[in-house]
Design a protein around this ligand. Structure first.
Ligand SMILES: *Cc1c(COP(=O)(O)O)cnc(C)c1O
Length: 753
């Protein structure tokens, strides 16, 4: 008997074959916990705290088993007793603690930090219902609470609590912890705060709830609706709970380890992930002043300890709060923020870098840049745009603070876990080193002319496509043809990401096929995306795609060549099924708007070719693989920025001049679409495209059609060459490992240990 089998028998107290999957799952939870405890090491020197409103961690069981070196053993043991690992995985609910790329990045970072044996914990909130669970009814997105907490979740309730004052009233934050295992590395923690008084019963009617009773609702949802005052105040309450409890935890740990707080930065490095945790700056200053440190010194200590990551240039995400909101929620911070504003104004030459503007609005990102020692962008292009345009005033003030850290993904989850067949094949070709040193993937290029290797690569892709098809059939009742080209666009639904461009292409192809212009290969367009509940046009785009999928499916002339599969409730679990099955990765954001993207990296690593604009990390992917191995199209970021600058883009002109654009846009409100679609929603989307199109879909339409059809032709015309190009993509994916990103953060910003 193996050790695992003995341990399982011990926990279950009966033969494995007679255990339910729930029993096996619970036993493995304990085994993993015990194993990960063995890898807790004392911290010497500086420890990292990564504060983030989101951690999109995905299911943990298999990932932890892989990282602890137990996976193969457990799988074999289960199989020997007639149990399946896949079935076991279904017992675990996916933690609902995140929303999109920003949260997934935080999760990849925690994995890499532990893998590199660096001391570093996450700090966040324990949301009871996450963002929301998405389902489609009558071709519309419908939102319900995503209840995921329960006996099968991994968060351990601790006895640690911290007092937090919200609107002048005392509350008690309780610490929960999830162990984060590194691949052959140490164990760190994800610290999550919650109130004991939160009550899921205040939710009624979808995801609506009474926003005023914060004792009961504070941690119910991630990003609660902010379309009214109560909702916006609630977001500030949430953020303060996270940073106040987090700051107390940090100071407590540093004091325990011997800091006198004057030297806090020698014990702690704090990374502020986007603006949501920005109040940690004034909160730490407040706490240090309470311990009799002078204000000026406290500011200096905090500046040396904290660093800020900017994730976007979209104005909506650079949070700013009316000062009177802060006066209501966190009156204790307002005098500190005012003093910081005075200090900032004494630095800055003009009011554009002020923290509190002339309308009494507080700019959180401005506070971050002034009072941290590092501001980083998340891809080379993004950082350049920050320096040269968006944050240029700050860059001129503090050139030394600005730096780039191109995002990355953990290869454990996004290769070893999600694509075991490909991982094993790579290992058979180049050995196992790539799992910890991703740059070793380069050696795959030696096999670029090896026909047997290329054929095997295609066969693995075909298997993964079949597996996705089966999963779609089983979970969503969607049937797809695994011999078609799978083009996948999965990411949050946002106009800047331009799912609407893909939509217009699909309408265009529909017309072409009906006119007898058959494509070189059948195409399955796969989507996965949630729209923010209050984002009207995003929801209209989902509606249009769902309606179009029905129109096409009902048309026998077209359905053999074209299919749309929109996957419900896109999350990490779905991503793990979709990404290994992708042929063509759709990364079609408006150039300059996608800070980095990380989906693009996952697809590349799993042997998809990218169809993309020169945006975010696509630029670095294109550089790495060369133009022959990627499909680039569309306006450049500088063209786009110029068009915004001089206001020269008028959508209507493009619509009127180009018959293909007009035909596609007009179709949205055609009789066929209205037969199962809503005139209100489709009309609104059409109107938006003709009269506004803020994200410049129409100028890129023709180039997109040409490049995508080129990809279809290449795929159908020369499968071996296609496989070779996917191999070269995989071989160049090493740079996009989050191990590389974290090593850079550590050597440039954190200096841990
Ligand atoms: C990687 C990932 C994202 C981010 O995708 P982008 O294409 O970079 O926006 C969002 N959601 C999930 C579930 C992911 O795994």
């Amino acid at each position: 008997m193996t050790e695992t089998e003995i341990a399982l028998n011990e926990y279950c107290k009966k033969d494995i074959a007679h255990c339910t999957y729930e029993e096996l799952y619970t036993a493995l939870l304990h085994i993993v916990e015990a194993e990960s405890q063995k890898r807790l090491y004392a911290v010497k020197g500086r420890k990292l705290y990564y504060i983030s409103a989101e951690f999109l961690i995905g299911k943990l069981l298999s990932n932890n088993l892989i990282n602890l070196g137990l996976y193969d053993d457990v799988k074999a043991c289960l199989e020997a007793h007639g149990k399946s690992m896949a079935r076991l995985e279904e017992v675990e609910p996916e933690p609902s603690l995140g929303n999109g790329g920003l949260g997934r990045l935080a999760a990849c970072f925690l994995d890499s930090i532990a893998t590199l044996n660096l001391p570093g914990d996450g700090i966040g909130l324990r949301y009871h219902c996450g963002l929301f669970r998405q389902n489609f009814t009558e071709n519309f997105q419908n939102e319900t609470p995503d209840f995921w907490l329960g006996s099968h979740d991994w968060a351990e309730k601790t006895a640690k609590t911290y007092p937090v004052s919200l609107a002048g009233k005392p509350y008690t934050a309780r610490l929960y912890r999830i162990a984060v295992t590194g691949y052959e590395g140490r164990t760190n923690y994800l610290n999550l705060f919650d109130l004991d008084t939160v009550e899921q019963s205040v939710i009624r009617d979808g995801i609506r709830f009474d926003k005023t009773d914060i004792g009961k609702n504070l941690t119910l949802f991630l990003y609660p609706d902010d379309s009214d005052d109560a909702g916006r105040l609630l977001r500030i309450y949430q953020q303060y709970l996270m940073v106040s409890a987090g700051a107390q935890l940090i100071l407590e740990e540093c004091l325990e380890r011997g800091s006198n707080l004057h030297n806090l930065h020698e014990y702690a490095a704090i990374q502020i992930n986007d603006t949501h945790p920005s109040m940690v700056i004034p909160e730490l200053i407040r706490l240090l002043c309470e311990k009799d440190i002078a204000f000026e010194e406290a500011v200096e200590i905090v500046t040396k300890t904290c660093a800020y990551t900017n994730h976007t240039i979209l104005a909506e995400a650079l949070e700013k709060w009316p000062k009177h909101y802060l006066e209501q929620v966190v009156p204790q911070l307002v005098p500190i923020i005012e003093e910081l504003d005075t200090l900032a104004r004494s630095q800055g030459s003009d009011s554009s870098t002020a923290i509190i503007d002339s309308d009494n609005v507080v700019h959180m990102a401005h506070m971050d840049i002034h009072f941290t020692h590092s501001t980083n962008g998340v891809a080379a292009l993004h950082t350049e745009i920050l320096k040269n345009s968006e944050l240029n005033h700050f860059y001129r003030l503090y050139p030394e603070k600005f730096n780039n850290k191109t995002n990355g993904i953990t290869f454990r989850r996004w290769l070893l876990k999600c694509n075991p067949e490909l991982a094993a094949f790579i290992e058979s070709l180049i050995g196992p080193d790539f799992k910890k040193d991703a740059s070793r993937l380069e050696r795959l290029a030696d096999f670029a002319e090896d026909e047997a290797v290329l054929k095997q690569l295609s066969a693995i892709k075909r298997n993964n496509k079949s597996a996705l098809a089966k999963w779609l059939e089983h979970t969503q009742n969607i049937t797809v043809n695994p011999d078609s080209l799978f083009a996948i666009q999965s990411k949050r639904l946002h106009e800047y990401k331009r799912q609407q461009l893909n939509l217009l292409y699909l309408v265009h192809q529909y017309f072409e096929i009906k006119a007898g212009h058959l494509p070189p290969a059948p195409l399955t367009a796969v989507f996965g995306a949630k729209a923010a509940p209050a984002y009207i046009i995003a929801k209209d785009i989902i509606h249009a795609l769902l309606v179009l999928s029905k129109v096409i499916a009902a048309d026998a002339e077209v359905s053999g060549w074209l299919q749309i599969a929109f996957i419900e409730n896109y999350n990490v679990t779905a991503a793990e099924k979709m990404i290994p099955a992708c042929d063509l990765s759709e990364q079609i954001s408006l150039a300059s708007k996608e800070a980095s993207g990380t989906g693009n990296m996952k697809f590349m690593l799993n042997g998809a070719l990218t169809l993309g604009t020169m945006d975010g990390a696509n630029v670095e992917i294109a550089e790495a693989v060369g133009n022959d191995n990627i499909y680039i199209f569309g306006q450049s970021s500088s063209q786009v920025i110029r068009r915004y600058g001089n206001g020269s883009y008028i959508a209507r002109e493009w619509y009127e001049i180009d018959p293909n654009i007009r035909r596609a846009v007009d179709f949205l409100t055609s009789e066929k679409m209205l037969a199962c679609g809503s005139a209100e929603h489709l009309g609104r989307l059409q109107n938006e495209l003709i009269h506004k199109d803020w994200f410049q879909t129409l100028p890129d339409f023709n180039a997109y059609v040409v490049r995508k059809n080129q990809a279809l032709a290449d795929y159908a015309g020369n499968p071996l060459d296609w496989a070779k190009r996917t191999l070269l993509n995989i071989s160049k994916a090493g740079f996009f490992s989050s191990d590389r990103t974290i090593a850079e953060y550590n050597s440039d910003i954190w200096h841990l240990g």
